[in-house]
Design a binder for this molecule. Structure first.
Ligand code: BG6
Length: 509
């Protein structure tokens, strides 16, 4: 298929980027993996872009004993590694705003110490009571930390915010329970539940693309769309996260959050404004319209797999069960494929095929919208009894852009037609590196904008769709199907889509 490019006219560019006001950031789990990989570098990037006020401090809190100097040194090393620069601009100044405190999350005295430290640092840095508590600790500690924040009255300032990383619960009951505990200490308007997919530029672009262009909305429905595929394929495995992943699996790790949020953005009704609760109301409404899985025919709607050994990019990959710290009898799924229907006027009977998996042939996240075929081919004499469908692909990553496949005359022979692909690619057009999702989310949180954070009802609705499936799987003897690492799919996942005459798109296409 030939690809054609696009150019940027850029006449009407309207950009709004508001810098955050004074604030203090308290990170629980400050020496952990996520903080090292994402948070510190994203905050530094914001600082470099003058999007973080100089009236700022970060207080890392953790179990590990560290001095402020050591914490700053570690951070310096991480930032230099990530930015691939030996002395990035502004680093010294940024490091001088970092502090560290150690203690035991279960002890009230730790929170008293944190409170005293916040008092001192707020005064020193003029942070103005705008304190953000960021939970980047193992989820079993969430309830305890939240309760301590409440009882020590650290949560009671109206400007205080709580950021909670995923996983948010492990089923409906635990999510309800966690929300109840949080609600005792924080109002919903203070709570920021992170789904980092919502911070990706290409995911945010789904809203702009759909609702800032009048040509798509009239055809964005069951009358014109045949089916939609949502894919989040990874070639990576579980890295060093076996302890978490083996208790979680793909349904909890990717599907309940990232996949359902992408589905919601692609399928929801237009919000009345680009304002947090308007957008989030529509997301929840869409999730509530998802038809519950038919438990008695579950295998026709949702299937799970687990990677066996195989080869990816010429490298031999061990099976999931042989990964370090995974139990040899593990039934945890590393792949999910599902067929979802949305029972509303717009989408009735349009299948949404969703799949996500680890150790697949490549990394590829996309939403592909396949339009209905032309009702009649006037090009039958050229061998086109059926004209291929138009496909619109919202490429989320690693390719970041939009593709539209259409048929066109090829020059030369009188009758010659082929499928072309109109290709918009962020990197080619804007030439800049895309900001890390966390940059957007951290800045929004400091600004008090909850649009890209999942609301309590959204989390609970997502769990209510999936908890019956988890219950069936966990209470039966059935096991995930083993697929070779490096493959694209497996029979049961193929059957799910082929039963309606469709095919999975090739991963990485
Ligand atoms: C995380 C999951 O939320 O998202 C990981 O826990 C997964 O298992 C990751 O690998 C994928 O994120 P991204 O941004 O690389 O697509």
């Amino acid at each position: 298929m030939r690809k054609v490019g696009l150019s940027l006219t850029g006449q009407d560019i309207k950009c709004i980027e508001i810098p955050a006001g004074p604030c203090g950031f308290v990170v629980f789990g400050a020496s952990g993996d996520l903080v090292r990989r994402k948070l510190l570098v994203s905050l530094f990037r914001l600082f470099q872009q003058d999007l973080i006020s100089e009236k700022f401090f970060l207080l890392g809190a953790g179990r590990k004993e560290l001095s402020n100097e050591q914490f700053r040194k570690d951070t310096e090393q991480i930032i230099c590694e990530k930015t691939k620069e030996t002395s990035p601009l502004g680093l010294e100044q940024f490091l001088s705003l970092l502090y560290y405190i150690d203690g035991d999350y279960r002890e009230a005295s730790f929170y008293d110490n944190i409170k005293a430290e916040i008092g001192k640092l707020s005064q020193k840095h003029h942070a103005n009571d705008n304190i953000i508590f960021y939970l980047s600790v193992p989820p079993f500690l969430y309830p305890e930390i939240v309760e301590h924040l409440g009882s020590s009255k650290l949560s009671c300032q109206p400007k205080t915010k709580l950021v909670v990383e995923k996983p948010f619960g492990k089923d409906l009951e635990s999510a309800l329970d966690l929300n109840e505990k949080i609600n005792k200490c924080f109002n919903e308007s203070q709570v920021y539940r992170i789904d980092h997919y919502l911070g990706k530029e290409t995911v945010q672009n789904i809203l702009m693309f759909r609702f800032a262009n009048s040509i798509f909305e009239p055809i964005w429905n069951r009358n014109f769309i045949d089916h939609i595929q949502v894919t989040a394929a990874e070639s990576d495995g579980i890295e060093h996260r076996a302890a978490y992943y083996d208790q979680s699996g793909a349904l909890r790790d990717m599907f309940q959050n990232h996949m359902l949020q992408m589905l919601a953005l692609a399928a929801m009704e237009p919000p009345i404004s680009f304002e947090a609760n308007s957008v989030r109301d529509e997301i929840v409404k869409l999730l509530k319209s998802i038809r519950p899985f038919k438990i008695e025919e579950l295998d026709n709607y949702i299937v799970r797999g687990q990677y066996g050994e195989g080869i990816i990019n010429g490298e031999k990959i061990v099976s999931y069960k042989s990964e370090h710290s995974v139990s040899p009898g593990s039934r945890t799924e590393t792949y999910i494929a599902a067929k979802i229907f949305i029972d509303n006027w717009r989408w009735k009977d349009v299948p949404f095929y969703m799949r996500t998996g680890k150790r697949l042939s490549g990394k590829d996240t996309e939403i592909a919208i396949t339009f209905k075929k032309s009702p009649h081919s006037m090009f039958a004499s050229m061998g086109f009894n059926e004209i291929p469908s138009n496909v619109l692909v919202l490429q989320i990553q690693p390719k970041e852009g939009i593709l539209l496949d259409f048929q066109a005359k090829r020059p030369g022979a009188r009758k010659c037609m082929s499928t072309l692909s109109m290709n918009f690619n962020y990197a080619d057009l804007f030439g800049t590196e895309m900001p890390e999702a966390y940059q957007r989310l951290l800045l929004d949180c400091m600004l008090g904008d909850q649009t890209l954070f999942t609301r309590q009802d959204s989390i609970e609705t997502a769990w209510s769709i999936l908890t019956p499936v988890l219950t069936i799987w966990e209470n039966s003897d059935s096991k995930p199907v083993i697929y070779p690492a490096g493959s694209e799919s497996f029979l049961q996942a193929d059957k799910l889509i082929e039963s309606e005459g469709h095919k999975w798109r090739k991963i990485g296409d």
